[in-house]
Each structure stands twice: as C-alpha cells, then as structure tokens.
Design a protein around this ligand. Structure first.
Ligand code: KMH
Ligand code: ZN
Length: 273
C-alpha cells in the first residue's frame, strides 16, 4: 500500500475559539499550527483565512501572509480553501487561487450545511476548475454526497478533467451524507479509475473513518475544521495532537506516513511552490 497522506484541516470557517480555545486564527498562529502538524506527520495543510476577530475571510492578502508564514517554517503542501464560508460570493472564494498555491479545494455541488445552504452553482464550479487548471493548482474535489461524485464522473466524460484525480469524501455534515462505514464503502466503490481519495469524517467519525481509510488504502484528513475533540467530552489540545494519533495508528497498522515530497509524488504534484 502506498504511504498515508495526512491532511491537517486547521480551522475551517465555522469553528470558534469558544468551541476550541486552541483554534489558530492569525497567519502566524496558522503557520505555527501547520509546522507542528508537519512535525507530527501531516503532508498537507488545508487552510482557511480568518480576520483577527476570528471571522472567516477569503482575502488574498491574508492568504498570502498565511502561505509565506508556513513556507518560512516548513515544506508542507499548502491547500487553500475555495469553499470559504457559507454566503460568500464565488468571486471572493476563488481569490486565493490567484496566488498559485500547490493545491486548492473544489466543492462539487450544493448542499444543506447544518442550518445553512452551501451554494455551489454548476457554472461557478466550472469557473473554479478552469482557474485551477490555468494556474496549475492541484485540485482536491470535495464530495459531500453521492450526486457530487456523479458530477465528477460527468466532468470526466465531458473531458473537462482528467487523471490523476484526488477526491475528499466529507462525511457527516448535517444535511449531507452520513459518516458511516457503509457510506464510505459505497463512495469508494464509485471512485473514478485511478483516483486517490481521502476522508474527512465529521466529529467522532474523524477517528473511525480515518482508521478505515488507513486500512482501505485511502488517505486521512483530521483537524479542528471537522472535529474539535480528542475523545467524547475531551477537547483536543492542538491540531497536531489529532495528526499524531492518526499517524500512530497508521504505523501500528504497518502503513508508513508520507512526507510532503512523497505526497507530492503520490498526487502528481510536479514542483514544490
Ligand atoms: N466552510 C464550508 C462551507 C472547503 O474548504 O473547500 C466549506 C468548506 C469547503 O470548508
Ligand atoms: Zn475547508
């Protein structure tokens, strides 16, 4: 089995300091957390911009600072969010891609998102994909439900996208596909040929589905964006604590953990930025 790629999703757009006191917010805090996660075994860091007051932002300058601060510390792959936060315009959300990061996310459809609706108009999704191709940014397709995976297949058929594809199954968002073993097995059974995949289980499923992915040959995303707890009733002390646990489980299961350069090779990312 190829080595395990661990992604650390440090903060997301929705989690607050009230929910998780160790949440990184400023570019410096985000970079320090990314460095700690890299030391604990993460090869990719998924980042969201935040203003100093903690509110989410897709401001290009904020992302520029985040990327520069991470690069000063380590060579982890930086994956910017284009999901941003519910309610942001497509234009706002796309801004960080113009910085030409190594990777960016691309949400593959609209979905109820807790009490909100996370809108992804088909026309906007195509614009996002074209911009990422134009800038040579490796896409991670965010798939929250089965219809979104069908859209990936439709895009392949239309010749809009081609191998090597990398897909993130985000399971357990209230309103989207459940974070169950059956759901993950179904999703993996529908993967496009040759695609690599990772799983982001929401809440307690971060650990259970992450462990499944290790065994199935997939990859794993952990971090405060999806889960703020270490175990039921006990907050995690840092993102790195969650990374270290999944790295430990993987090694115990005899699957080595990928360095950023090994992850670049697995994902087909040609050059380090
Ligand atoms: N914050 C969510 C509405 C992504 O980063 O690509 C969307 C999100 C997806 O977090
Ligand atoms: Zn995100």
């Amino acid at each position: 089995m190829e080595k395990l790629i661990i992604t650390a999703a440090l903060s997301g757009a929705e989690v607050t300091r009230e929910q998780q006191p160790a949440l990184p917010i400023t570019p410096d805090e985000i970079a320090a957390a990314a460095h700690e996660c890299a030391k604990a075994g993460a090869a990719i860091v998924h980042v969201h911009g935040r203003n100093d007051d903690g509110s989410p932002t897709q401001d290009k300058e904020t992302y520029r600072k985040i990327i520069a601060a991470i690069r000063e510390r380590c060579d982890i792959i930086v994956q910017v969010s284009t999901g941003g936060a519910v309610g942001m315009t497509a234009e706002e959300r796309l801004a960080p891609v113009t910085l030409v990061p190594e990777m960016a996310t691309l949400s593959m459809g609209s979905v109820n998102f807790g009490g909100d609706v996370f809108m992804n108009h088909p026309a906007d999704m195509e614009i996002f994909a074209k911009a990422m191709h134009q800038h040579g940014v490796k896409i991670e397709y965010e798939v929250f439900d089965t219809g979104m995976l069908s859209t990936v297949h439709r895009w392949i058929k239309k010749g809009m996208i081609s191998a090597p594809l990398h897909i993130d199954f985000v399971l357990g968002i209230p309103g989207a596909m459940a974070a169950t073993p059956e759901a993950l097995m179904y999703m993996t059974s529908q993967l496009p040929a040759g695609a690599s995949w990772t799983v982001a289980g929401i809440g307690a499923a971060q650990l259970s589905l992450g462990t499944m992915a290790i065994l199935l040959g997939g990859h794993v995303r952990v971090g405060f964006e999806d889960n703020v707890y270490y175990r039921k009733g006990e907050l995690a002390t840092s993102n790195a604590q969650l990374v270290a646990r999944i790295a430990r489980i993987s090694r115990e299961l005899d699957r080595a953990v990928a360095t950023p350069d090994e992850a670049r090779a697995i994902l087909g990312i040609k050059s380090k930025k």
